[in-house]
Design a protein around this ligand. Structure first.
Ligand code: HEC
Length: 267
């Protein structure tokens, strides 16, 4: 892995080796910015939109999502996100909040989950899903993550997530762990949490969905993972796929016991 990083010299060299001082000051700037807008994270706009969408009759069936069962019973949103991903008997799958929303949008409202999954981020119903998941995550703010593999399929998701996290491939032989497997790694002046530890996993997991100041966009965890796979030079993962949900399962499970701090705000 060390020399894979060297091979990436052209792409990342300068930024990976950015001086400690510069990196520290960028981190400080972001912390200051977060403080400044702590009372007005733009994510709140997405949260408000998500709440409206949750309650709005929509789709061919002209129904709202208020009967959607996120795992704590139909319509229960408080604390539900903090227990995802989890196994759902009706779909016989482990789902994260986003893929669960697709199920509800299909069964309750009559939309096509496959169509929404294919829609690019930021467009149409996909943008609605991101707003919805921002709302749901906010309803778990301060609630401790509780994702523990009990069902056989949850155990499978945990094992698959861990395996995927360490799987090296692609032109640079990268895995998630190449960038997120050590303390103190930085790319483009950003601190990369060591996701293999509970504290590092929680730093990532409990703060997404997040508003990204640099792009002015609201990103869900599925979007975060898609972009990391791009940085890893892997093919684009399918939205809501078993693989992406398993990666989230792994990160969420390691974060169990830490309070959700969503929606987050990032560089
Ligand atoms: C080539 C390096 C690289 C690889 C490989 C990579 N990431 Fe990332 N990851 C980043 C960078 C850079 C950021 C910060 C991006 C930002 O803030 O704009 C990040 C951010 C994250 C975050 C959010 C962290 C936080 O503190 O908010 C999570 C979670 C994450 N990555 C998970 C993964 C997973 C899972 C994989 C494997 C599928 C992966 N990453 C692979 C570079 C990488």
């Amino acid at each position: 892995m060390k020399h894979a990083l060297v091979a990436m010299g052209v792409a990342f060299g300068a930024t990976l080796m950015a001086s400690h001082a510069a990196a520290q000051s960028a981190t400080d700037e972001i912390a200051k910015y977060r403080e400044m807008i702590a009372d007005g994270n733009p994510a709140e706009l997405f949260e408000a939109k998500g709440e409206l969408l949750w309650k709005k009759a929509d789709g061919p069936k002209k129904a709202s999502l208020e009967k959607c069962d996120l795992g704590l019973g139909p319509g229960v949103v408080k604390g539900a996100y903090a227990q995802t991903p989890r196994y759902y008997a009706d779909t016989d799958r482990v789902q994260d909040a986003e893929s669960r929303l697709l199920t509800c949008m299909e069964t309750l409202q009559g939309f096509s989950a496959a169509e929404i999954a294919k829609t690019p981020f930021g467009r149409g119903k996909k943008a609605d899903v991101v707003a919805l998941v921002t709302y749901l995550s906010a309803e778990s703010k301060g609630v401790k993550v509780n994702v523990k593999p009990v069902h056989a399929k949850e155990k499978e998701a945990m094992a698959l997530g861990r395996k995927a996290f360490f799987q090296q491939a692609g032109p640079y032989d990268f895995s998630c762990a190449s960038c997120h497997g050590e303390e103190g790694r930085r790319i483009r002046l950003q601190d990369l949490p060591n996701i293999t530890t509970p504290a590092g996993a929680a730093k990532g997991w409990t703060t997404w969905p997040a508003y990204r100041v640099s792009s002015g966009q609201m990103w869900s965890m599925q979007h975060r993972l898609q972009d990391c796979y791009r940085q890893q030079r892997f093919p684009e993962p399918l939205y809501g796929s078993e693989l992406t949900v398993a990666l989230s399962y792994y990160m969420a499970s390691l974060s169990s016991g830490v309070a959700m701090a969503t929606p987050g705000i990032k560089r």
